[in-house]
Design a protein around this ligand. Structure first.
Ligand SMILES: Cc1cc2nc3c(=O)[nH]c(=O)nc-3n(C[C@H](O)[C@H](O)[C@H](O)COP(=O)(O)OP(=O)(O)OC[C@H]3O[C@@H](n4cnc5c(N)ncnc54)[C@H](O)[C@@H]3O)c2cc1C
Ligand SMILES: *[C@@H]1O[C@H](CO)[C@@H](O)[C@H](O)[C@H]1NC(C)=O
Ligand SMILES: *[C@@H]1O[C@H](CO)[C@@H](O)[C@H](O)[C@H]1NC(C)=O
Ligand SMILES: *[C@@H]1O[C@H](CO)[C@@H](O)[C@H](O)[C@H]1NC(C)=O
Ligand SMILES: *[C@@H]1O[C@H](CO)[C@@H](O)[C@H](O)[C@H]1NC(C)=O
Ligand SMILES: *[C@@H]1O[C@H](CO)[C@@H](O)[C@H](O)[C@H]1NC(C)=O
Length: 599
């Protein structure tokens, strides 16, 4: 579909290129480069990472090389050029991140014709030896500790500060671009020294741009270079950097040992934000959330030290990281259990053109099926509602005849589909099938999204929900979509995990997981648009007990009132998350407008 291979015949063998996320061109949008890779040149590049990436020449403005800094004062001018070439981070044994870094620095105090013409953020100094005497800005602090930066005013700053949701542009005070753990530690200490809020960005796919801070003025620590994926083929434990994208992770685990973890659909999403707040996809009913595969994390905490969090070490932090991880520190490395990538994946898609009464009956049948043992764990199902039709789509891990038997009780309630397709494919192809299947907006678009998780829709809530769908949603002239995933229920892996083993994620009992998404492809999202999705969610929440519903922080809705988001996202886990926050970050430095608040 939107899948493009670039033939890089002009590149010589062995030249460094960057694998750019396929999603830049497809539905998933997103920005950024997934990391350097050695390209063999010519057509070899087009087959490298054939599922998710294409090779493109290294961008000249990329902040792998820290940009030219030009500082002008009334008395001195100085040019500092720092070029950093890195090899991919490789992780050895349990905690060590190693990476080859070559840094060339040129500093001259002579007059220069290169000056940065920035706005208010231009760095100014009167010091003659700035490397040893920071002059009071965060930029100088990072510079004095050799932390690579994307400097305000540079094109790389603009590039890195851009979030997935163009509706919410935020400008950080500074952007650190670390390539080593000591640089992350130094950056955290600089942020504390200059009293800035500190935020990690991994893949930058937060719906509320929380990876940029969710507001202006943060120190953003961009973790994009911590993107290695290494499988230990003896233990089948994978060590993964938070900056790796889901596409890289899936490919690397498969290539290194035909292993997998469970995760979401979009290959451009960062594993960092994804796993620290949930991570749901077409394998989750069978294999759980991404966070269910996490067994250990290395975290740089507020005092700049590295803390290991696991079931046996700092287990309170480990619990909090699995659901609210952005609030406790900067995760620099993660270890995951893996499972064997299934060979036989039945990928299916049945499309229906229902009227309101048929939709109501079908939704009820869907809820009953999800709550029954007729629904096998191996089946993953999404009820995808678009403006014109409903698609019942998903993946079954098993063979075709078992699939047919498993889904037939549900399909028999749905009537004859307008169209259908069922095919059997391997694991990577099944991921690829849903990587950008729903729609294909260009990267520049504004949107608003909301989530909902319900244990059980009462008949009245179901009536109101379906009435809104047909009477209100269908008359909105934008390309919204709404999807309902069969998330919990008696056979779901997600619901089978109880107690502390499940971490802070609080929605394991939710049968349905919904996403509501409305966007415009040109211009700005209309201010009267918010009421549309809010109204749809309200059809349920206004008449249901809050013990029967919640919301999913990975589909962050920045319009939730500040007094409510904590309970909506974390429900029964929220009080404990707040006390752990008070232990690890009492001054609320790892903050965004929807982070866990300390007590
Ligand atoms: C196109 C698209 C498709 C999506 N599909 C799915 C899907 O199928 N299933 C699903 O469950 N979700 C999906 N999501 C939601 C996605 O999982 C979340 O937005 C996720 O948090 C994004 O992670 P990120 O690293 O890309 O984002 P970022 O914006 O970089 O980070 C998100 C949050 O995590 C924090 N964070 C990131 N890295 C670290 C770190 N190293 N240490 C501490 N905190 C960190 C950030 O500070 C921020 O609060 C999708 C999102 C988009 C835009
Ligand atoms: C840093 O914080 C961690 C986690 O709270 C704590 O275990 C450690 O003792 C602290 N180190 C110092 C030097 O304060
Ligand atoms: C389901 O199939 C229809 C018809 O081929 C297609 O338009 C749609 O994108 C598919 N849906 C998904 C979610 O893959
Ligand atoms: C699921 O079934 C149980 C037992 O029949 C029932 O108590 C519960 O209310 C049902 N939940 C849903 C979501 O239908
Ligand atoms: C899920 O339901 C079980 C049984 O009803 C209950 O004990 C548990 O507390 C619920 N979990 C959450 C996170 O609400
Ligand atoms: C539900 O709402 C009530 C009233 O706002 C609140 O006191 C309670 O803490 C909420 N419960 C949960 C689990 O969020």
């Amino acid at each position: 579909m939107k899948f493009r291979h670039l033939v890089v015949s002009s590149l010589v063998a062995g030249s460094t290129v960057y694998a750019q996320t396929q999603s830049l061109w497809g539905q998933c949008g997103g920005i950024g480069y997934t990391g350097a890779t050695q390209c063999a040149g010519g057509s070899a590049c087009s087959t490298l990472n054939a599922y998710y990436f294409q090779c493109v020449p290294q961008p000249t403005t990329s902040s792998t090389s820290t940009t030219t800094t030009a500082v002008t004062t009334t008395t001195t001018s100085r040019t500092t050029t720092t070029t950093t070439t890195t090899t991919p981070i490789t992780t050895t044994s349990s905690t060590t991140l190693s990476r080859t870094t070559t840094t060339t620095s040129t500093t001259t105090s002579s007059r220069t014709t290169t000056t940065t013409s920035t706005t208010s953020s231009t760095r100014t100094t009167t010091s003659s030896s700035p490397a040893t005497q920071p002059t009071g800005t965060i930029l100088d602090c990072l510079n004095s500790k050799s932390v690579p930066q994307a400097l305000p005013g540079s094109s790389s700053f603009t590039f890195e500060a851009r979030g997935f949701n163009l509706r919410l542009p935020f400008t950080p005070a500074a952007i650190a671009m670390p390539t080593t753990v000591p640089q992350v530690q130094a950056a955290v200490l600089c942020g504390v020294q200059y009293k800035l809020k500190i935020t990690a960005k991994a893949g930058g796919h937060s719906y509320a741009n929380h990876g940029i801070g969710g507001e202006n003025g943060h120190l953003m620590i961009n973790m994009k270079y911590f993107n290695s994926v290494t499988l230990d083929t003896t233990t089948n434990i994978a060590t993964i950097g938070p900056g790796a994208r889901l596409g890289n992770v899936a490919q690397a685990l498969y290539n290194q040992g035909k292993r997998a973890i469970s995760h979401g659909t979009c290959p451009g999403v960062g594993i960092g934000g994804h796993v620290l707040h949930g991570g749901y996809g077409y394998s989750s009913h069978t294999r759980g959330l991404a966070l269910d595969w996490l067994i250990e994390a290395q975290v740089v905490v507020i005092n700049g030290t590295i803390v290991t969090a696991s079931a046996t070490q700092n287990s309170d932090l480990f619990w909090a990281l699995r659901g609210a991880g952005g609030s406790y520190g900067i995760v620099v490395s993660m270890k995951f259990n893996t499972f064997p990538a299934p060979d036989s994946n039945v990928v299916y898609n049945y499309s229906y053109n229902w009227n309101q009464a048929q939709a109501r009956t079908s939704l009820e049948a869907l809820q009953a099926y999800a709550n029954s043992t007729q629904f096998p764990r191996e089946l993953n199902l999404r009820f995808w509602v678009g403006v014109y039709n409903v698609q019942v789509v998903g993946v079954y891990y098993g063979d075709r005849s078992t699939f047919d038997a498993a889904i037939s009780p549900l399909l028999s309630k749905f009537g004859t589909p307008a169209s259908s397709s069922v095919s059997v494919m391997n694991w990577l192809n099944s991921l690829n099938n849903y990587a950008y299947a729903t729609m294909s907006p260009p990267i520049d678009y504004d949107y608003f999204a909301k989530s909902l998780m319900t244990t059980q829709l009462s008949p009245a809530a179901m009536d109101a929900f379906v009435a809104y769908w047909f009477n209100t949603a269908k008359s909105v002239g934008r390309s919204w979509y709404m999807m309902i995933d069969l998330h919990g229920g008696p056979t779901s892996y997600i619901g089978s995990i109880t107690g502390d083993a499940g971490g802070a994620y609080a929605h394991r009992n939710a049968t349905f997981k919904y996403q509501f998404y409305d966007s415009v492809y040109s211009g700005s999202y209309p201010s009267d648009g918010f009421g549309f999705l809010n109204g749809w969610v309200n059809t349920v929440t206004s008449i249901s007990q809050n013990t029967t519903w919640g919301m999913y922080i990975n589909y962050a809705d920045p319009t939730l009132p500040s007094a409510e988001y904590g309970n909506d996202y974390w429900r029964v886990s929220y009080p404990r998350l707040r006390s752990i926050k008070s232990l690890y970050d009492p001054d609320d430095v790892f903050y965004n407008p929807q982070a866990v608040q300390p007590l």
